[in-house]
Design a protein around this ligand. Sequence first.
Ligand code: N01
Length: 538
Amino acid sequence: MVSASADFDAVVIGAGFSGIYMLKALRDRLGLKVRVYEAGETVGGTWYWNRYPGARCDSEAYVYCFTWDKELLQEWEWSERYPEQPEILRYLEHVAARHDLKRDICFNTRVNSAQFDEASGRWKIRTASGDEVTGRFLITAVGTLSDTNLPSFQGLERFRGKWYHTSRFPRGGVDFTAKRVAVVGTGASAVQAIPEIAQQAKQLTVFQRTPNYCLPARNGKVDPERVAARKADYDAIIERTRNSFAGFELARMAKSALEATPEEREREFERMWDIGGFIFGLGNYQDVLLSREANKIVADYLGDKIRRAVKDPVVAEKLVPKKHPFGTKRTPLDTNYYETFNKDSVLLVDADTDGPVEEITERGIRAGGKEYEFDIIVLATGFDAFTGSLKALNIEGSAGLAMNDAWADGPRTYLGLAVAGFPNLFTITGPQSPSVLANMPVAIEQHVEWIADCIAHMREHGLTTVEAVPTAQDDWVAHVNEVVGGTLLPLGNSWWMSANIPGKPRAFLPYLGPEGIGGYRRRCAEIAAKGYEGFILA
Ligand code: N01
């Protein structure tokens, strides 16, 4: 039963991986009075909302989990290398039950606004259901990919069939049997959903705006001996992932692709291709994201793989990316994605060669001047990443400064953790932190533990407010942009670059540290050790 009291030490928004760990850390480690608000009916966040067919984790399960419950690391058995959405949701439910977390979470409750009251030094938080509470600290745990991007397609309201967005699928699923189905979008969600939907649908038409370089997931059962070896080695695995580039046990080769011979490259590429998963991106030659020439070698290899997998050469050519270098948009992991286009019942409508989606009609979709008829349309059009879910909270800091105004030209943060002008606000995996460029639980645990340590430090020293110094923030923003500016990443029209939402200021949203999440972690620790350099504590 959620406590009725209206004043809390901390209010946390969101009960996904980050919110539930933040609650655990503040309540059970520091003994604080904490309230969590969650729009969904249970814990899970991303894993509660994204239940489209085929939704599963692209990180390997043995590192896509909490590491702070050591017993659970030993007890929990994942069924596959990459578990499906219901299994991850079950895991998070289990964590919540095991640590008695739900009693401090208000479900089915969306936060509408949060204002910092300078007189009391507290945040006033209002919910859509009319609750008003205060908190000394406000911590957003709203996820980077939770604000649905529903493009303003003309005519969606007049479509006579059913339509769904991948991130808001109905509970109990959708029966595609004997249906004519459209999928709009070919990002990571679509790449997982398309092969599954194609197995049921009478006819599936995929509307592609930009083809992606997909890598084979190679999902399956994990050999029990390997599982046992990992369990015995968990402490070292945790150390390695925390200090790695991207939160996995993967590291780039200390060699340029241009220095390797064609035979050596072919051998390495085939090795990584066979292992499957993110190794092809994260374990590749060190200059793949730095040199166009090195990148082209990888892109050509992947283009050939697509041409070999897809029988119709015209369709294959549409699926080969031509406009962006490899790795400059999030690389989806696939299971039978390309092979699905070999089915007679599957049609690819490519924006460049066949014409873009123009409108939704009563009967379907008009693209390139032609009307296609459907019973069901699935919009796999992604998210207003990072800033969408934060902006929806209508946060106002000191002197009535609205975050939506402060960020009108793109987000500005210090470490992706705090924002100048917004005292006692922490943003877990916020913009300009490694977040989505790392394995998320690794990024989340680092933020949660850093925030809890900061609050503990303040308590020990009798301090009540913490706020980022504007010049420290300016330096951080400049650093984030400088690092990414030295790579090929700005060449992709990705959601990382804010390019998927019309009118969104073009800005790189995560942080690609020179040493990845490991280097970022060390930097955050140093800042804390220097008495929270770049923050004013009062
Ligand atoms: O969204 P996306 P997503 N007209 O933005 C197209 C994570 N994830 O939900 O590329 C026509 O990637 C858009 O085209 P374009 C992962 O981090 C994780 O698939 O912008 N098309 C694109 O093809 C991922 O990156 C996992 O030209 C339009 C697609 O819709 C992130 O979530 C699984 C359009 C959107 O792709 C988002 O993935 C799945 C328009 N107006 C996802 N607007 C796991 O690891 C957009 N598109 C579990």
